[in-house]
Ligand binder design. Structure first.
Ligand SMILES: *Cc1c(COP(=O)(O)O)cnc(C)c1O
Length: 217
């Protein structure tokens, strides 16, 4: 597939679902992709990218940002507390806020630097023990804690279990966001972004469908 194909599928799904055209932000997930594939997507004019690891992103995006103006970078992988400062300097948005300690560290650094990325709380909608995120039952309380710290909370993020219908998880995330007055919904990947848009996704995170299979070595 290609960037333009994904964009037209997003537009078609927005229309089908009665959504405002352009209300879904496409985050091109460039983790573990060869540089030339990332450059090709930048050359087509795309500017919103997602990375899983702070270290990997720090190794590649500062140089790309010098060549391509207007890049917006989203952290979509787990954030260790000791990388918080580096992540806040590098990323425009963090989708994986999932614990009070991290929220407090972000608040402290934001106070100090006067800068804070937009934040999404990750919710473990499938309550999978190996997955990050707050449990659905704890989400309202945690969202309250984040707000009490005066952080720029934009929405919620989830990664549904691989073996379940993702729409149920997207709908659950949308309900938690709605009852907390949050507008951002980061949900949907290569295999299910259309279903996520149907459930109200504002940010879809699409990697392999744009770039091809990731290179692990
Ligand atoms: C890798 C990743 C994606 C993109 O996955 P694809 O299936 O390649 O589209 C989306 N979200 C998160 C959190 C990821 O880690």
């Amino acid at each position: 597939m290609s960037l333009s194909e994904i964009k037209s599928r997003i537009a078609a799904e927005e229309a089908r679902a009665g959504r405002t055209p352009g209300s879904t932000t496409l985050i091109a997930v460039s983790k573990l992709q060869p540089l030339e594939r990332v450059e090709a997507v930048l050359e087509q004019g795309h500017r919103v990218f997602g990375e899983n690891r702070v270290q990997e992103a720090a190794g590649k995006w500062p140089a790309l940002r010098e060549r391509f103006a207007g890049v917006e970078l989203h952290l979509i992988g787990p954030l260790q507390s000791n990388k918080t400062r580096q992540a806040m300097a590098l990323f425009d948005a963090i989708h994986t806020l999932d614990r009070p300690k991290l929220a407090r560290a972000i608040a402290r650094i934001a106070d100090e630097t006067g800068h804070c990325p937009r934040l999404f709380v990750q919710v473990n909608t499938g309550e999978e023990p190996q997955k990050a995120g707050v449990a659905p039952a704890d989400a309202d309380a945690f969202i309250g804690e984040v707000r009490a710290l005066d952080l720029p909370l934009e929405g919620l993020m989830c990664i549904p279990p691989v073996d379940e219908e993702p729409s149920l998880h997207f709908a659950l995330l949308a309900r938690i966001a709605a009852r907390n007055g949050l507008s951002g919904l980061s949900m949907g990947m290569s295999g299910d972004f259309e279903r996520a848009i149907a459930q109200g996704a504002t940010h879809v995170r699409v990697g392999s469908a744009i770039f091809g299979e990731r290179v692990y070595d």
